[in-house]
Design a protein around this ligand. Structure first.
Ligand code: UTP
Length: 305
């Protein structure tokens, strides 16, 4: 197993091959990862986060109906020439920034057989080093440095590191849940067990795994031997549970910042409103409209007509 002081992670894997059923019918034609959060696809924020954390080499695990993702990260010479001719420097910069942010590679997951199966498609790209996994629909606010902290914990302890969020016991059945021991480091815990989407009364804690992982390459060998679990899918949570059972180190970093699941309609709307309200160009006008809008909202349960 990766030991203390091991080579730090340099590569990021972003699985984007899921079917996005929670966002139908939009996702019949548009991958949920490309839905705009203000004016950028959710996925662009995630690639930017990887680059900021010092992971400039990115592999996206894509699937059917996801060709638009490859197009988005491709350069667009005709569009750039047209903007250049118009002298539209701001938009030209925005277009270039979206492709220059990282070196993006692609691999296909033939069938959406689960997150564990998606991660397994990255084995050849990753090789024998630790690597990060960022879920393509899970947005972490750029002001919170979760991934950087996880990379530090992995470099210090070796093994695997997952991001945790206290979602409250009543919501834990939608997530992977963990059993923990407190660690000496604040906000860092040692994981002693993991279970995917447990019934509320059987959950080991209210701490849920959210969409950031730093994994040791040993995960691939475990994933190859992992049978389909919850929902008939090959679960990354189950492979991590096997590593824990073998006595390998798996740590958790407890996140207290801002996170949006952009694959969920309500969370997506919150992300758009919050990020737009904080923007210099859109914020003042949006905030002023929002204040007015809120005062006009009928009380819950009252008729809106
Ligand atoms: P989700 O469970 O959120 O994605 O997986 P989903 O299956 O697309 O969502 P719904 O429930 O149907 O709306 C988390 C991440 O893992 C990827 C997804 O693209 C998403 O980024 N994923 C999931 C894969 O790449 N392959 C899979 O087989 C499953």
């Amino acid at each position: 197993m990766t030991s203390q002081g091991a080579r730090p992670a340099r590569k990021a894997v972003i699985p984007v091959a899921g079917m996005g059923t929670r966002f139908l019918p939009a996702t019949k034609a548009v991958p949920k990862e490309l839905l705009p959060v203000v004016d950028r696809p959710a996925l662009q924020y995630i690639v930017e986060e990887a680059a900021r954390a010092g992971l400039p080499e990115v592999l996206m695990v894509t699937g059917r109906n996801k060709a638009a993702i490859e197009d988005f990260f491709d350069s667009t010479p005709e569009l750039e020439t047209a903007l250049e001719k118009k002298g539209d420097a701001a938009r030209l910069d925005a277009v270039r920034a979206s492709t220059d942010v990282a070196q993006v590679h692609f691999v296909r997951q033939g069938e959406a057989k689960g997150l564990g199966h998606a991660v397994l498609q990255a084995a050849a790209f990753v090789g024998d080093e630790p690597f990060a996994v960022l879920l393509g629909d899970d947005l972490i606010d750029a002001r919170d440095h979760l991934l950087e902290q996880m990379l530090e914990v992995q470099a210090e302890h070796g093994g695997c590191v997952v991001a945790l969020l206290d979602v409250g016991r009543e919501n834990i059945d939608k997530y992977g849940a963990v059993a923990i021991e407190e660690d000496t480091q604040e906000g860092v815990v040692t994981i002693t067990g993991l279970v995917e989407k447990p019934p509320v009364d059987e959950a080991p804690s209210s701490l849920a795994i959210i969409g950031r992982y730093v994994l040791a390459p040993e995960i691939f060998e475990v994933l190859r031997g992992t049978a389909p679990g919850r929902g008939g899918e090959i679960q990354l949570t189950d492979a991590l549970a096997t590593l824990v059972e073998r006595g390998e180190p798996v740590h958790g970093v407890v996140f207290g910042g801002r996170r949006y699941d952009t694959g969920d309609k309500l969370d997506y709307l919150k992300a758009v409103v919050r990020l737009a309200a904080e923007r210099e160009d859109l914020g003042p006008a949006l905030r002023s409209w929002l204040r007015e809008f809120v005062t006009e909202l009928p009380a819950e349960g009252a008729s809106s007509s």
